[in-house]
Every structure is written in structure tokens, then in C-alpha cells.
Design a protein around this ligand. Structure first.
Ligand SMILES: Cc1cc2nc3c(=O)[nH]c(=O)nc-3n(C[C@H](O)[C@H](O)[C@H](O)COP(=O)(O)O)c2cc1C
Length: 330
């Protein structure tokens, strides 16, 4: 009997396929379908710092226009400001409570944040709602030339949040860092229980007919899995927290490869948008078929088997690249 269970941020999951934060994890109906199709856990759609602030600003502008209803006293506006923020957070807290009542699999909340000042109170509310873990999607743009130390900002956010909650916290980062390995290893020394590699941003493209800048596509493709594979393989033996693969995981074989490289689990989003919820079952069947074919009964028997060690480091690094191109030139 094959056992696909894994530890994820210290929590036991029945299998390593976690549905990543996206629109599919934003309603109870959809979450239930994901559970019935076999998901090991779900990361709820993020609550966005920008979303809260934008909503606050526009509703406050409406309020300010109506001088009959509200006095211009600043205390009123302070109150309204808090109320509007609470409403947005309350809706999220309600989603968590309902998800916890409706599902048996672990439910992970997600906060998309850019700073360390607004979030600790939200994190506490989210914890109180009963969520199993919290994922911080720290949105720092590589195009931002004013940000001098991305790692420090991420660690400041982690420290503030982990000081106020006791549930496991992980962080999801982008791949746009000058020294990704150093960033991963530095973040791993903080209080995080895991690092999700990587967040994916829409890339701009240009439409030659309309001469407009457009999105190149919202979904990853199955070849993209090699991006997290490389950085997980390079770092799995260097960190004590979980590394979780996200981006381009579309097949059970891609799940197996991430685990061989050292991932604790994977997150899947685009594959479910393009193939439907049932695709989780297909991926799980592929994972089990691999385990059967190799005689593995537990995930730990092959987890990290192909992560970088002293002897195989060159397979992940430049020497392999040079060898490949030298052979093409022959
Ligand atoms: C439609 C859509 C909505 C998403 N919404 C969120 C979100 O709210 N928060 C977040 O952290 N990531 C969000 N993501 C990013 C995914 O969680 C994931 O990191 C990314 O899509 C890469 O995984 P994939 O290749 O399996 O799609 C979204 C992705 C898609 C396609």
C-alpha cells in the first residue's frame, strides 16, 4: 500500500499536491470540489494590501462628498477607515471559518504584502479564524530601483508576523533576485517554516496589430517546472525549512521531479485552470505509478535523492550548460 503523505510546514498532508492561491480557492463551493478531487491542502486566494487600501480610499472619497451624512470631523473618518478595512478582512475571516467547517484538508491563508506595518493585526485575526498556516506573498518588484535590500524587507515582514502568531508561516518569493540561493538561504534562517519557489508574474508582450502592450498569458506552461526544480535542487540540502515548488507543475512526473530535487510538496494552479479540477487525480495517479514502478512505499524514500551534494553539484550548474552547447557545436 503506497503512502503519499508528506509534512508541509510541520502539518501532515495526505499527499504533496497543494492547490496554490488563486481564484479557484476563493469560494467554498470551489474549495470543496478541490478537496473531493484529492488536493492535499489549499492556499486561499490572497487578501491584498493594495486591495484594502484602494477600497478604503475610494469609499472614503464617496463619504467625503456627502457632507449631510458625515461631519468633516477627522475622528469620523478614522472610524470609517477602520470599519471599511475590517469589512474586507471580515469577509476573508468568514471565508476561512467556512472553509475550516466545510473541509477536512488543511487550509492555508495568504496575504499579499509589501510592508511590515499593516499586517500583524490581520495575521492575528486570520489565526483566530482557525486557519492551519499562513503564506506571505511578499510582492517586491525587481524593477523597483528604490528598494535597496529585498531580503531585509522580507525578513522584517516575517519577523513581525511570526512574533504575533503561532501558526506556521511560509513565504512565497519571486525568482527575480540577483542571488537567488543567497536569498533563499538567508530567509531560511528566519522563523519561516517554508519558502514557496516561486511566485509568477504576468509578462508583458506587444500586440503588433494594435501596437498595445498586452499580457503574454496568465498561465504557466508545463516546461516552466524546471525553474523551481533548479533552485530547489541547489538549496534543499542547505536549508532547514521546507522548500515548496510552485510554477509550471502540470503533471505527476513534474511533482516527482520536484520531490527528487528536495521539495517538501508542490503547489498547482495553471494546470487546474487549463485541465480542470479532476487533473489533481490524474497527477496523483502518475505519482503513485512512479512510486510503484520504483518500489517506493513512502515519499521520504526518494525526497531529495537528487538534490545537490558535493559530488553532483555540477549537474545543476554552469559546467553542464557549457558541455551541452559545446556538443551542439560539433
Ligand atoms: C488566475 C490566477 C490567480 C492568482 N492569484 C494569486 C493570489 O491571489 N495570490 C498568490 O499568491 N498567487 C496567485 N497566483 C499565482 C499562483 O498561486 C502561482 O504561484 C502561479 O500561478 C505559479 O503556479 P502555476 O504555474 O501552477 O500556475 C495566481 C495565479 C493565477 C493563474
Amino acid at each position: 500500500m503506497i503512502d503519499t503523505s508528506v509534512k508541509y510546514l510541520g502539518i501532515t498532508l495526505k499527499n504533496p499536491i497543494v492547490v496554490g492561491s488563486c481564484g479557484l480557492t476563493s469560494t467554498i463551493e470551489s474549495l470543496k470540489k478541490l478537496e473531493s478531487c484529492g488536493a492535499g491542502a489549499v492556499v486561499l486566494k490572497s487578501i491584498f494590501e493594495e486591495q484594502i487600501l484602494q477600497q478604503t480610499d475610494s469609499e472614503l472619497q464617496e463619504v467625503q462628498k456627502n457632507s449631510l451624512l458625515y461631519s468633516q470631523m477627522s475622528e469620523s473618518f478614522d472610524y470609517i477607515d477602520t470599519y471599511i478595512k475590517d469589512k474586507t478582512v471580515d469577509a476573508y475571516v468568514q471565508l476561512i471559518s467556512q472553509a475550516k467547517q466545510s473541509l477536512l484538508i488543511p487550509v492555508i491563508a495568504s496575504i499579499n504584502c509589501v510592508s511590515d506595518f499593516e499586517w500583524t493585526t490581520f495575521a492575528k485575526k486570520i489565526e483566530k479564524a482557525g486557519v492551519d498556516a499562513l503564506e506571505l506573498n511578499v510582492f517586491l518588484s525587481a524593477a523597483d530601483i528604490t528598494e535597496t535590500n529585498f531580503e531585509q524587507t522580507i525578513i522584517a515582514i516575517i519577523n513581525k508576523v511570526t512574533a504575533s502568531v503561532s501558526i506556521p508561516v511560509c513565504v512565497k518569493i519571486s525568482s527575480s533576485f540577483t542571488k537567488i540561493s543567497k536569498t533563499i538561504q538567508t530567509i531560511a534562517q528566519s522563523n519561516v517554516k517554508g519558502i514557496v519557489l516561486f511566485n509568477r508574474f504576468y509578462s508583458p508582450d506587444i500586440d503588433l496589430e494594435s501596437l498595445q502592450i498586452v499580457n503574454s498569458g496568465r498561465y504557466s506552461n508545463p516546461a516552466d517546472y524546471t525553474l523551481p526544480l533548479r533552485w530547489i535542487g541547489l538549496n534543499a540540502n542547505k536549508v532547514s525549512c521546507d522548500l515548496i515548488a510552485s510554477t509550471g507543475i502540470h503533471t505527476g512526473d513534474a511533482v516527482v521531479k520536484q520531490i527528487l530535487a528536495g521539495a517538501a510538496a508542490v503547489q498547482v494552479v495553471s494546470a487546474l485552470y487549463t485541465n480542470g479540477y479532476d487533473h489533481i487525480q490524474t497527477m496523483l495517479a502518475q505519482l503513485e505509478a512512479f512510486m510503484n514502478s520504483k518500489g517506493y512505499q513512502y515519499i521520504d524514500q526518494f525526497k531529495g535523492k537528487l538534490a545537490v551534494t558535493e559530488t553532483n553539484a555540477s549537474a545543476y550548474e554552469r559546467i553542464q550548460f557549457m558541455k551541452y552547447y559545446a556538443e551542439i557545436g560539433k
